[in-house]
Ligand binder design. Sequence first.
Ligand code: 2AM
Length: 218
Amino acid sequence: GPLSETSLPLYFGWFLFSSVQDKVGCTAMDFLKTLDTLEAFKKHITDFTGQAEKEVDLEQYFEAKGVLHCTTKFCDYGKADGASEYAKNPVVKKFYSAVFELSLTALFVTPRTVGARVSLTDEQLKLWPADTEKESEADVPGSASLPVGSRAHITLGCAKDVEPVQTGLDLLQILTLPQGEVVEEMELGSLRYYGEGRWMLSLREPICAATCFSSFYG
Ligand code: 2AM
């Protein structure tokens, strides 16, 4: 009936505590503010603008997308494959509303999205659907060969008319590419360029983010 159809959330995930949202948001903003002033970035500005000479203000370029979280399972209110199986999984039930510390190990930027890479522990991987990376193969060739959990991320912002689902695909794409040279040693860590406007900053000190495993109905 209609009730059972609406009993599944839009998605499950780890939700950052509000104090941590501010901290992560500020770190991301600092990174964007510095990135668009770097000569290395300006050299590839056409990746973002389509025109040489033109400048870009990355802080304005991306729009925030609501409460910061790391999606574990997109359920689409039950319409997504495997949604009800995930919701029924005893591990999901056991850890629902439990506190987790996520480790944010990198920040990445593309002309479409900006996000943080999340490195999951073995315990956290129990909440991660094992087929996520295989199912991403159609969108990002090579994903299926990446370790389980590779797609784990927090969307920090999206360019105009870009949906947040793109952030995980952008991360997977970067991870399938050969690791480039370090272009710049920044205060936060080492910055690498992956072509076509794709940048990744490996954090010197991973950010430890307190979260709650829960779900979002919208
Ligand atoms: P995100 O996890 O990259 O931020 C609501 O749209 C949330 O579900 C967003 O957090 C979004 O992306 C995620 N989401 C939307 N569609 C998705 C999909 N097809 N697969 C995985 N996650 C999706």
